[in-house]
Design a protein around this ligand. Structure first.
Ligand SMILES: [Zn+2]
Ligand SMILES: [Zn+2]
Length: 238
């Protein structure tokens, strides 16, 4: 099969011929029809983060396509079903994070396109328990970016428990050089207007100390696009 491979950090991906992987016990082989590009894939290819993937590897964790083969122990009903392969490739299922449903924090997780080969290939293997069926009415191209970027935004809104008459704002925090330091979502009631006062708790890991700007966006009801609500100077201290 053809695969787009990171052969070394910071180099362009190379299209290489690789053996089509075989699904192991509990795994499925997915024939890729589409895969989104997440900025995490770029961080992976650049080796930007402290825990690095090991080149050569295949990035991609927004892949969608039909299940082409089943490993041992996988229900036959999954064969030929169209599924999405997400970032969370597997987790231990038994730790203090997995048990209450926060398996994305599991310290024993595997990640598609990072610690295991991902979706920038004609085929990818994935854990059958981690793939998500894609409804018939959603094209593979539409489903692919929903697999990471889409569910990330959806989860933020779900956890914020947004109800009618509330709006969720996206806050972009940039440093003095204009680089993005964090994206944060906050919820406000419509009664407070777009210039209300918000108490914002910024995730500690996402911030850098120093001066910058805090820009609030909200989704225009007319066209669904993010528009700038306000921009204020910001100083982050640790
Ligand atoms: Zn992603
Ligand atoms: Zn776990």
């Amino acid at each position: 099969m053809k695969a787009a491979v990171v052969t070394d950090f910071g180099k362009p991906l190379e299209i290489l011929d690789r053996p089509t992987p075989e699904p192991g016990p509990g795994q499925v082989l997915v024939r890729m029809e589409a895969s989104g590009l997440c900025h995490t894939d770029i961080h992976a290819a650049h080796g930007d983060w402290p825990v690095k993937p090991q080149p050569p590897f295949v990035p991609g964790h927004e892949g969608v396509g039909p299940v082409a083969a089943l490993g041992a122990g996988v229900p036959k009903a999954l064969l030929a079903k169209r599924v999405a392969v997400p970032w969370l490739g597997s987790s231990c299922g038994a730790c203090r994070y997995c048990v209450p449903g926060w398996e994305t924090l599991c310290e024993s997780q595997a990640n598609s396109g990072y610690s295991v080969d991902g979706c920038y290939a004609e085929y990818a293997v994935a854990n059958a328990g981690a793939v998500v069926p894609v409804p018939d009415g959603v094209s593979s191209f539409d489903a692919a970016p929903l697999t990471c970027a889409g569910v990330t935004t959806y989860k933020a809104i779900k956890v914020a428990r947004v109800v009618p008459f509330e709006a969720t704002f996206k806050l972009k925090i940039t440093d003095a050089a204009g680089r993005t330091a964090a994206d944060v979502y906050v919820t406000a009631t419509s009664g407070s207007g777009t210039r209300g006062t918000f108490d914002v708790t910024i995730p500690y890991r996402a911030t850098r100390s120093g001066a910058g700007l805090l820009t609030a966006y909200w989704n225009s009801p007319e066209d669904g696009h993010a528009v700038v609500a306000d921009t204020v100077p910001l100083t982050v201290q640790r």
